[in-house]
Design a protein around this ligand. Structure first.
Ligand code: FES
Length: 79
């Protein structure tokens, strides 16, 4: 099971947390990965930056809504 945490803290919220979450949800549903991916909201990860903070495999990256498909692909390929 892959855990993907999406920051819904105030700075990330302003940068589009909601859209990032919806985009991840949509990809998971479209690809039928509900049993493999667990999406979770999280509070500020102290990575407020250019985009919305996303944590997976113990790393934190920031992403804009339009970058979610590429990031999702990367997460699914990562061990
Ligand atoms: S509010 Fe998202 S990392 Fe700080």
């Amino acid at each position: 099971m892959k855990e993907i945490q999406i920051c819904i803290g105030s700075a990330c919220h302003v940068k589009g947390s909601y859209d990032v979450v919806s985009c991840f949800k949509k990809l998971v549903e479209e690809q039928g990965l509900e049993d493999e991916v667990h999406l979770q909201g999280a509070f500020c990860m102290n990575a407020c930056g250019d985009g919305v903070a996303v944590k997976y495999n113990d790393q934190i990256v920031t992403v804009k809504p339009e970058g979610v498909p590429a990031l999702f692909e990367k997460i699914m390929e990562a061990e």
